[in-house]
Design a protein around this ligand. Structure first.
Ligand SMILES: CCCC/C=C/CC(=O)SCCNC(=O)CCNC(=O)[C@H](O)C(C)(C)COP(=O)(O)OP(=O)(O)OC[C@H]1O[C@@H](n2cnc3c(N)ncnc32)[C@H](O)[C@@H]1OP(=O)(O)O
Length: 398
């Protein structure tokens, strides 16, 4: 089966296709202009951000330029409304993909994300810093698919791969672990995980399964099992209040670890989906223990065995989500609330978290180890391989 995966990957990711996509020039089309139509309170910030883009000293790179382009189009025109360019029109296809990848993301959220992204690029020492409001985000460097910023004593870890619905690559697992470690030691008092674009996260990147090492599928499964165990341990042991700001649909591991967060705020556009049986897999993120505890065993079984997708309202009624907000005011309401919470005495919050979680920690570590062990054999099963091949060959989506 691994040979099939290899063949698919060789065909789809042939280097000539990647190379021929060329460089995206820092062209006027990407130097955003100020004819946007958005009219909300953030219009001024949006315009400031557009000006800041022009003042950037350093070319931010193709990936960031595509994100800026997509967010700008979404903020000013709404969802992608132009025909898909031909496969060999690489630059326009990349721009179309980036814009289309934002799906039905509301204009207001796109505007907010655009402002956040530009603010993170500007940094305090850039020429445009005079336009950055005091206390604006300070970006932490070194992450490829995360934007990690700190402001108002809150560290925000933004999954920043919107064109792939924030699917988590192997590298991102490592980056998230690093970001959590840094957040546990910085001077912030709250840590937030959220997503960029229209999705919160589409779970494990299924192409992770195609990167088969010399030791074959078995070695791959072992490596993944260790990685998963370490990743989930970081959430179990995280010492500060941890908040999920679920801005859109959430799938797989991004749902299961929610049971390890202290607060989960969700947009009413969010959905919660754990299609493990469909994928020939089994629950992780300690959900085999936390979900029955949170929602009762029969509701947990409907999600974890039968893959029932919950709406935000249902997830809230079942205790997985703390509160649901209308998407149009989601960011504003949530961040206002979190900024107020961040002013509470940090030691008291930390100690309260510790006492709430303390008695569960040992159990959670044991559950995590067991889930990873079960997955070790699931990932080598034909059921799982078939599901991955079907997704990669575009035969099946959730
Ligand atoms: C090592 C630790 C392992 C831990 C294990 C965890 C288990 C899980 O997390 S299980 C969950 C795995 N996730 C999925 O099965 C989701 C698969 N994706 C989909 O079914 C669909 O993409 C979607 C329902 C999430 C969205 O559909 P929509 O039509 O809106 O958008 P698309 O055109 O499909 O997606 C855009 C783009 O993004 C790529 N993509 C999305 N999700 C994933 C993913 N999980 N892995 C890899 N790639 C993903 C999708 O292929 C598209 O890419 P292209 O534009 O290049 O075609």
């Amino acid at each position: 089966m691994s040979e099939i995966v290899r063949r698919i990957v060789r065909r789809w990711y042939h280097p000539s296709l990647l190379r021929s996509s060329g460089q995206y020039t820092w062209s006027p089309a990407l130097q955003l202009h100020t004819s946007g139509t958005a009219m909300s309170v953030t219009q001024k910030d949006f315009e400031n951000a557009m000006n800041q883009v022009k003042l950037l000293k350093k070319d931010p790179g193709n990936e960031v330029k595509l994100k800026l382009y997509a967010l700008y189009k979404q903020a000013t025109e709404g969802p992608c409304n132009i025909p898909k360019p031909g496969a060999f029109d690489f630059v326009n296809k990349a721009k179309w993909d980036a814009w289309n990848g934002l799906g039905s993301l509301p204009k207001e959220t796109a505007r907010q994300n655009y402002v956040d992204l530009v603010s993170s690029l500007s940094g305090p020492s850039s020429e445009s810093s005079s336009q950055v409001k005091p206390g604006a985000d300070s970006k932490q460097e070194g992450y490829e698919n995360l934007l990690v910023t700190s402001e108002d004593r809150i560290t925000k870890i933004l999954l920043n791969r919107p064109t792939k619905k924030n699917a988590i690559t192997t590298q991102m697992y490592h980056e998230i672990m690093l970001a959590l470690k840094a957040a546990s030691q910085d001077d912030s008092v709250l840590t937030v995980l959220t997503g960029s674009g229209d999705y919160y996260c589409s779970g494990n990147d299924l192409t992770n399964f195609t990167d088969i090492p010399p030791g074959g599928v078995e070695e791959k499964a072992k490596n993944s099992s260790f990685l998963l165990r370490d990743f989930v341990n970081c959430f179990i042991d995280f010492p500060k209040p941890l908040v999920a700001v679920v801005n859109g649909p959430a799938v797989g591991i991004s749902v299961t670890i929610l049971g390890l967060f202290d607060i989960v705020y969700a947009s009413d556009r969010a959905t919660f989906h754990t299609p493990f049986s469909h994928l020939g897999q089994s629950p992780e993120g300690c959900s085999s223990y936390t979900f029955p505890k949170i929602m009762g065993s029969s509701k947990a079984a409907e999600m974890l065995i039968f893959g029932k997708k919950l709406t935000a309202g249902e997830a809230c009624a079942q205790g997985l989500v703390t509160q649901v907000f209308p998407d149009s005011t989601f960011q504003k309401e949530v961040w206002t609330r979190l900024k107020a919470y961040s002013k509470l005495p940090p030691n008291a919050m930390r100690i309260s978290k510790e006492i709430i979680r303390k008695n569960e920690k040992e159990k959670l570590h044991a559950v995590n180890a067991e889930e990873c062990n079960v997955l070790l054999s699931r990932w080598q099963s034909d059921e799982c391989m078939n599901a991955v091949v079907n997704f990669l060959s575009r035969k099946a989506k959730l």
